[in-house]
Design a protein around this ligand. Structure first.
Ligand code: 9UX
Length: 69
């Protein structure tokens, strides 16, 4: 299991939080998504044998947000 902490620009309301949670959670291998709106941070735990950080980043960008780190 791996964890990544991403800085995400563009999240401004709870609907943004839900959109990111939903799109990242649907990736096979993602076990936990924690979105912190105040810190603009998205922490994701995932099984590195099933998915990778690039796929997680893509799922966020797909929803219209920018990953800064
Ligand atoms: Mo809220 Mo987020 O109205 O892109 S959904 S700002």
């Amino acid at each position: 299991m791996k964890q990544t902490e991403l800085k995400v620009q563009g999240m401004t309301c709870q609907h943004c939080v839900k959109a990111i949670e939903k799109n990242v959670s649907k990736l096979d291998g993602v076990t936990e998504v924690a979105v912190n709106l105040a810190n603009a941070q998205v922490d994701v735990s995932f099984d590195e044998h099933k998915t990778d950080e690039a796929a997680i980043r893509a799922a966020i960008v797909e929803e219209g947000y920018e990953v800064l780190n």
